[in-house]
Write a protein that binds this ligand. Sequence first.
Ligand code: CA
Length: 76
Amino acid sequence: MKRYFWIMSLAFLPQPAAAADCDPNYSGACVPIASDVDCAGGSGNGPAYVQGPVRVVGRDIYGLDRDNDGIGCEKG
Ligand SMILES: [Ca+2]
């Protein structure tokens, strides 16, 4: 019985550290946390880029969703 709970607790551990490096304001793709993020293939100057589309679930702090429909980098 004790062993059963130990195995179950592993299933609820946080995902590996990579997830912590993604901005929580976006989902669907890993938007890096940087001074500025632009859409890959777009005209932005970085320094970081994300391959869209990404869904804005918080504040669009990087301005990826220019037409405010909730999806950023649609044509990225
Ligand atoms: Ca949009």
